[in-house]
Design a binder for this molecule. Sequence first.
Ligand code: GDP
Length: 446
Amino acid sequence: MFENLSERLSGVFDKLTSQGALSEDDVKTALREVRVALLEADVSLGVARDFVKAVTDKATGQAVTKSVTPGQQVVKIVHDELIAVLAGDGADAGALKIDNAPAPILMVGLQGSGKTTTTAKLARRLKEREKKRVLMASLDVYRPAAMQQLAVLGTQIGVDTLPIVAGQKPAEIAKRAKQAATMGGYDVYMLDTAGRLHIDDVLMDEVQQVRDIANPRETLLVVDGLTGQDAVNVATEFEDKVGISGVVLTRMDGDGRGGAALSMRAVTGKPIKFVGLGEKMDALEEFHPERIAGRILGMGDIVALVEKAQETIEAEQAERMMRRFTKGQFNMNDMRLQLEQMLKMGGMEGIMGMMPGMGKMAGQAKEAGFDDKVLTRQIALIQSMTKKERANPALLQASRKKRIAAGSGLEVSELNKLLKMHRQMADMMKKMGKMGKGGMLKQAVK
Ligand code: GDP
């Protein structure tokens, strides 16, 4: 999967990384090529555009890291952005919700998408990996062969299927499956609904009926990854009409262009949970954005190199800062960095908790209403200061304070609080320096 896209991108990046210095034009040209490569891989226009914009913004805003070339740095940015596009906010990625036995899983999709095959693959996976007792039922009353197919697959993988009763409607079969799963002590029951060649109202009505009976924990849409943009459109329609919890992209073993995988999350807001990689029963993989991004770019070495370099730089910066702090040089730029770190590290409580002897202060801070919103506001105040003021907060007299507070839409009293906190921190750091070797401080700035 992704061979073509991968090849195209590596062409672009080989050129970029072999150059020592890069002009803005070099990067622009490269990103234009990235955009074309994405479009050729059938990534939707909006997604490709947003992608390139995000990369451009990040590449422009980033300081050049020592010991890697700018090209290598761009590769890393593209890599991270790929993961972001594939993973979205990542909130609902990962395992299926199958607690509360028997947990119903509804399988939906167009005919020929690989729905029945995927149902069986997934059942096998739940049985083998999670030791679940699974019952599968086919609701495809239009094609007796489809029911038969599921029964055959069930026998093959050692998973039970609901006995076929001729003449029943999908809703009736769903009820029977629910009953059988409850009575039979199954952990999961899977409903393989009928597909059509195209989305139509009858199909949607039927799926809705079944959904309302089963009240599924997961509704997985199976789509053919080879159909590219269409797969994304189908997903959008199913999401609108039925509501889905995730997507399984099949035929990702083919030489498809893979764009569906890249657009899916951004366009539908739904995660890809699994990918189908062949006809065999074990050809199903969990979808890992990092792994896929790695495969698309095929530049793991460079990504690792840049990560390492960034870590080294951060450590050096921390050392330098520490030396200055212990000499009493702690200005507003440092303060801002500290505040940003605090936000990253779980706020005030998080960082105080890491500093020995400061647990109490964390408690006090909380009592005083010092939450993460305060941190954000304080950062805004620092942003409203001039360069000179940041370097030398002693300059901040009444008129300057008024200007700064107004500039960030906050009260002067809030600025005073920030200044007080700054003084306390500066003092504390100086003292710690005297106490020896900055051991505690090291934890705080890291
Ligand atoms: P349904 O009509 O949606 O139930 O589709 P089927 O499950 O019957 O699958 C249709 C065909 O696609 C079958 O020949 C499957 O073996 C094949 N198929 C399903 N998933 C994959 C996959 O991930 N890769 C490949 N290469 N073939 C697949």
